[in-house]
Design a protein around this ligand. Structure first.
Ligand code: MRU
Length: 366
């Protein structure tokens, strides 16, 4: 991993711009090198890191250099391309065997977002289907597929924006939690894509971002990327959402997802469930925006979704300084489950899914 000067590594920018959209993108792929915008340093520093090995890419996902379900899926796919480039075996059987071992390692990087598993398994299936190819040809096919995974995600987000914007109010506050924007995807974003599309169609909505403790995805990332795109955003502490709802300042909630179970239960950033309950108590629609790659039809309900737990330091320290009493016990689950009962609609690139979610989700795969 090498630190390089900030530059504009925006490969799908052309695709976004050709559709009249703007957004930051969190990665780029150029001449067998993966570049990641280091999201740990935003909003203070725009630093791009370069990656040449699958092992370093898996570590970058674990360390949250890149985060957000679709973005880590795309990153993992390019990590697997790097794995293929890194294997020197001329023997095809040995090449595939070693490559599959690296895929198993990549799958362990983060457990909750299904996009990582989805992307790696998509490449695995392709590799098995083209088992007869030479290592060189197989590597070329894998690289093409990773680029497709990225481009398809950008297209999906634009479609999600198109379908979802109609659901947002003409005026008033729209609350989002965590960061489900360009930074969390291939570009444009899911929840923020819906907001971008509504604004570009002239809706006068005020974007309200939860700060999203403890990693501050809302304060650091959502606020940064919206302001960069000229979109006004109001930051609130996570605990303020209920009060703002009572005061009529929030007309709708739209969030992203890390995994959607077959019954429509949604795993998303810790605190999402609280917001969903508050939305129900205040009669406010609660929307989830996600590509079909975030739906896991093999997981029956939210109970079976693995929830990542991260270290206590994310809560007990801030910017390197201790903020909690020495000796305190800490729990740091970083995702929670929102029951499908609390979700007004799930916005996908294929259209808007409404309850009952089981059959609607099934139809996405048939
Ligand atoms: O821990 P993170 O920052 O990876 O969590 C991200 C989220 O929870 C997002 O809301 C989700 O991945 C959707 S991103 C389009």
């Amino acid at each position: 991993m090498k630190k390089i000067a900030a530059e504009n590594y925006n490969l799908p920018l052309t695709l976004l711009q050709s559709k009249g959209n703007t957004s930051v993108v969190p990665l780029n792929w150029e001449k067998h090198v993966l570049y990641l915008l280091d999201q740990r340093l935003l909003p203070h520093e725009e630093t791009w890191l370069s990656y040449r090995s699958a092992k370093d890419v898996a570590q970058a996902i674990k360390d949250m250099v890149v985060r957000g379900a679709p973005a880590i899926g795309i990153t993992a796919a390019f990590g697997m391309v790097l794995a293929a480039y890194g294997l020197k075996h001329k023997n095809r059987d040995l090449f595939v065997e070693k490559w599959l071992e690296k895929a198993a390692f990549m799958l362990q990087a983060r457990p909750t977002a299904v996009n990582l598993k989805w992307a790696v398994e998509r490449l695995e299936k392709l590799a098995r289907r083209h088992y007869e190819l030479s290592p060189g040809d197989l590597t070329a096919i894998l690289e093409k597929e990773a680029i497709s995974i990225w481009t398809e995600d950008v297209r999906a987000n634009i479609a999600i924006g198109f379908h979802g914007q109609a659901l947002l109010p003409e005026t008033g506050g729209v609350l989002t939690h965590c960061n489900a924007g360009g930074l969390a995807t291939g570009g444009y974003g899911t929840a923020l894509g819906v907001i971008r599309a509504a604004l570009s169609r002239g809706k006068k909505i005020n974007v309200i971002a939860d700060e999203t403790r403890p990693w501050l995805q809302g304060a650091r990332l959502t606020a940064w990327e919206l302001i960069k795109d000229g979109i006004a955003v109001t930051l609130v502490v996570d605990g303020a959402a209920g009060f703002l709802m009572q005061k009529g300042q929030i007309k709708a909630v739209v969030v992203g997802a890390d995994r959607i179970a077959a019954n429509g239960d949604v795993a998303n950033k810790i605190g999402t469930y609280t917001v969903a309950e508050l939305a129900r108590a205040n009669n406010i629609p609660f929307y989830v925006a996600a590509p079909v790659s975030t739906i896991d039809p093999f997981t029956p309900s939210g109970d079976q979704i693995p929830i990542e737990k991260r270290g206590p330091g994310e809560i007990t320290t801030f910017a390197g300084k201790k903020i909690a009493a020495t000796g305190v016990e800490v729990q740091n689950p970083v995702f929670d489950i929102t029951s499908h009962h609390l979700i007004t609609a799930i916005i996908t690139e294929l259209g808007v899914l409404t309850p009952p979610y089981g059959p609607a989700i099934y139809a996405c795969f048939s």
